[in-house]
Write a protein that binds this ligand. Structure first.
Ligand code: CA
Length: 202
């Protein structure tokens, strides 16, 4: 398994590289956003660990450009800024998970394993239900051939529901997997209904 670490702090990058190599991962380190962006376009990786605070092109810019180009490589964000807006912004731009610095290495390993497992089983680029078509690469939704506009969060919500079609999706599942909240149940302040054939309303 090949992991790209995009991290400008040399000490942190070295610690990550050494720790991950001990777990038999193949690790490539990029010290700037530009270098990371170049590498992820030029080479194949199974996972990207991306620091948000980078000189030049920052992590969020790198991430949104990658996703716009259709790269589905799982991305784990590292951030020292634990403000909720930053996390939400990162996830809305297409990150798969995040970890706030300082973090415990075993937790990082657990998250990496989870993302790699998910990456293997869920590498689909398109979801479909009746005349509803969701393109996960260019992030476009069409119904009956007509484009439907979604906010990033609505898009994630619809994707989650389509991935769990014919299953009961609880508020707790949405809080955990779409809002990625562990303790606070954000959606409790909203009422969500998914009616088929219909749309997502809040
Ligand atoms: Ca940094």
């Amino acid at each position: 398994m090949r992991i790209l670490v995009v991290e400008d702090e040399a000490k942190v990058a070295r610690a990550l590289q050494e720790g991950l190599e001990r777990q038999e991962y193949d690790v490539v380190v990029a010290g700037t956003g530009e270098e990371g962006f170049y590498l992820v376009n030029a080479e194949e990786f199974d996972l990207v660990i991306l620091d948000l605070m980078l000189p030049g092109r920052d992590g969020v810019q790198v991430l949104s450009t990658l996703r716009k180009r259709g790269l589905l490589t799982p991305v784990l964000i590292l951030t020292a800024r634990d403000a909720i807006e930053d996390r939400v912004q990162g996830l809305d731009r297409g990150a798969d998970d995040y970890l706030v610095k300082p973090f415990a290495f075993p937790e990082l390993l657990a998250r990496i394993r989870a993302l790699l497992r998910r990456g293997r089983t869920q590498q689909v680029s398109r979801l479909q239900l009746a005349d509803l078509e969701m393109d996960l690469v260019v992030r476009r939704v069409r119904r009956g051939g007509v484009d439907v506009e979604f906010t990033p969060r609505e898009f994630e919500l619809l994707e989650y529901l389509l991935r769990h079609k014919e299953q009961v999706v609880s508020r707790e599942m949405l809080a955990r997997d779409v809002w990625r909240e562990t303790s606070r149940a954000t959606p409790s302040t909203m009422s969500l209904t998914f009616t088929w054939p219909g749309c997502v309303t809040k």
